[in-house]
Each structure stands twice: as structure tokens, then as C-alpha cells.
Design a protein around this ligand. Sequence first.
Ligand SMILES: Cc1ncc(COP(=O)(O)O)c(C=O)c1O
Length: 379
Amino acid sequence: MQSTKSSQTGSKTKDQAQPVPAYDSILELAPYQTGKPVEELTREYGVSDVVKLASNENPMGCSPRVTLAITEQLGQLARYPDGNGYYLKQALSDFNNVKLECITLGNGSNDLLDILARTFVSADDAVVYSQYAFIVYSMVAKMQGATGIEVPAQRFGHNLAAMRQAVEDNANTKMVFIANPNNPTGTQLEREALRKFVGSLPSSVLVVLDEAYIEYSPESNNRALLDEFDNVIIVRTFSKAYGLAGLRIGYALSSAPVAKLLNRIRQPFNVSRIGLAAAAAALADQDFIEQVRLNNQEQMYWLENQFDALGLGFISSHANFIMVEIDNAIDVYQALLEQGVIVRPLAGYGLPNWLRITVGVAEDNMRLIDTLRSILTDD
Ligand SMILES: Cc1ncc(COP(=O)(O)O)c(C=O)c1O
């Protein structure tokens, strides 16, 4: 049957033909563009000494306690992990001062964004998010067949007044996504403004606060909103400052009834045995997080000065990356790649003249600036 259908599609090859049509909303989706993996660059360009500043990973790695915690699990790999993640949840409950039943674990925070949309959003609903906000919000809305409402940004950040208006104009709004600090712009919302915004929305609208970069900007921690509003959900990750991107662990804090629903949709063992142990060990080492924050602060300052010296505009950032304005950004991205430096082009975000650069350790950043200088002055 399959081959008959392919041959009926005329010019389409067997690989391109859709044997079973997908939902229209899925056909419209573009796949998420990840930062180029180091291995791929080495394969494609034969460059071995690669600096990756493309995915907001932690250039300092992770706490040494993680290695020990992982080693302890190696004899247990034949056993499923604890599907409830009890010990990690206990640690997160103490750390965040929330009840155990208010926590949902995810295979990265991306998993939670997806679970949230699948739990609450249907094709009849609207989902509101900002222009230049993390692209996954629009993706999960579209995956549900929902109407995605992108609200124009204000000075590259969320325009809360306009977002509130969008909710008012679309009575079917079910969910609002806010990244604070935002990726890729690094902008941050003022705490009281955010509180007023949440208070101005109907309680039937869920507000998802994505705090993936919270460790770099503790003042963005809006954990207190959970005590005041049952419709707030905070999503966090171990992929950024904790340095565990390769393990895929995130968590959501919410009211207990919301968490109960999320846990129905969540796959039973969505966080691995190694992930659970590693995250608990990483959380316990807050001294490491302090060092990470310090490195980021010093190196961000250094990079800003270098961009100034090169005459490049940038947006002040509250996270571990910075958006830099460069003419022909895609060509500069390509030239950097060829010299072993991976950064992130932002054309997919409608920002063709910008690159997003993750803050590295001093050595990485010097390499980036030297390479960038040579590219920009090589005319
Ligand atoms: C704002 C934001 N949210 C969520 C994520 C997803 O991260 P992870 O799935 O690794 O936790 C990212 C990753 O880049 C991000 O920038």
C-alpha cells in the first residue's frame, strides 16, 4: 500500500511522500535548531580545537560531586529509576521551600514545556508569548494545534501591557509563557511589574515562568508568586548553571493539583537513574554555583568591553549569553565556524543581524574575540 501511495504522489520520492498525513499544525512546524555539536564541526570541517559558545551550556562543567554520585549508580543500571524521583524531589522541596507534591520532574525543562502544553492546551485554545522569546513556546502551542499569539517585544524584552491586552483580546487564552531572563535576548522583567501582570490575568489562564537562567540572575527568582497565585507554574533546569545539559533534567513548581495533572502525562521514567542522582548532588553544591555565577559576571563584563572596542552593539544580558549586533551575521557565524568557534545565529528568531554568544571561561572568550576581530578586520 505504501509504495502505491508514493507512486501516486508523482514527483515526490518515496522518502518525501507522507504515507499517513500528519495534522496540518505539525506539517507547519520547523524542527528546533540546536547549537551545532562539537563533533559535527569536527566531522564537517576537520577542526579539532573547537570552542562551543552556542547552547548556553556551562563552560566550567559541573560540580565534582556529580561524578561521585553517578559512579555510585553504575552498578544499578539494570534497575529502573525511582519513577517518583523521591530523593531529588525531597532535595528540591527543601531548596525551594515547596511541598513535595508541587514538584514535577522532566527530561530537561523542554520536556516540561511540552507536558504543560499537552496537559492543558487544545486546538480551541490560544497561547500567548513574546516576540523573541524562547522558540519552543510557539512550537508546543502549534503541536497542540492551538493558536499561537506572538506579542511584539519592547526593547527586545516582554511587553507585559501588550501581553495582558492579548489575553484580554483572546478570551480562549489558556496559557502564557514568559522566559525570565529571556533567551535569546537576556532581558529580565522587574519583579513587581511581573507580579502585577500575573494579578491582572484571569485565574483560568496559566502563567508559565521559565527560569532556565535563574542561577545567573537570582533577582529573577519569582518563587514567591507560587504562594500568591495558583495559576503560576515555574519551570527550571539543571542544563545551564548546574552543567548537566547532557543528562536532561528539569523540574516544574506549581500548585499541587496542577502537578498531579502533569504527572499523569509525564512518562513514568522520564528522568534516568543517573540523572536523578546527578541532579541531587549538583543541587547540594551551591558553592560551585557561586563560582559559576562569578565567572559569568567577570567574563560578561570583559566581553562587553571587547564588543565596545570592536564597535559592536549588544543587549545587556542577565543570563550566561549575550546578543551582539553584527552586519551579515550569518557570514560571520560561518567564518567563526570554519575557525572552530561555534556561536548561534538568530535568523530563526527574526534577528538576522544578531548572534547569540554564550559566555565561556576566559580562554574561550579570548579565542572568540581574537577570531571575531580577525574576521571583522579582514577586508
Ligand atoms: C529559556 C529556556 N527554557 C528552556 C530551555 C530548555 O532547556 P533544557 O531542556 O535543557 O532544560 C532552554 C534551553 O536553551 C531555554 O533557553
